[in-house]
Design a protein. Structure first.
Ligand SMILES: [Zn+2]
Length: 137
């Protein structure tokens, strides 16, 4: 796996492995673009059914990226109810942007709001005010 600059994969206190900053990402700046295999709606349904964990993001209607193949480390960004990054979709590209200054060594997190996980899939972010589920229902 070729990591995007400034990222490292390490054990995460939230879930499994996570994506960590190795450099400062200033507030409002791009962290990295989400990379992965471009797959169809039908393929998404199949992969979601057969994998407990998956790393699929929608970029636009009918276009999804599976970071499990060809990912650059951003597919390890865990969900948090109090994230330090957010996703921006621009011209078919999915970008992670810094919500605040992110220091080297910090885990990068994002509020995924709506995922292919079931609505009762538990959130383990442990953040103050955690809503208890990854999907906002
Ligand atoms: Zn949470």
């Amino acid at each position: 796996m070729k990591l995007a600059p400034g990222l490292a994969i390490q054990k995460s206190p939230i879930d499994g492995r996570g994506c960590f900053a190795t450099q400062l990402f200033p507030k409002g700046k791009k962290i990295a673009e989400y990379a992965g295999e471009l797959i169809s709606e039908r393929e998404v349904a199949l992969r979601v059914k057969t994998r407990r964990k998956h790393r699929i993001c929608a970029i636009e209607r009918g276009r999804h990226l599976d970071g499990a193949r060809g990912g650059n480390g951003t597919h390890y960004i865990n969900h948090s109810c109090r994230p330090n990054s957010y996703m921006r979709i621009t011209h078919g590209h999915l970008l992670f942007m810094a919500l605040r200054d992110i220091q080297p060594g910090e885990e990068i997190t994002c509020d995924y709001i709506s995922t292919h996980h079931p609505d009762d899939y538990r959130c383990r972010c442990k953040a103050e005010g955690c809503r208890g589920t990854i999907n906002r229902v």
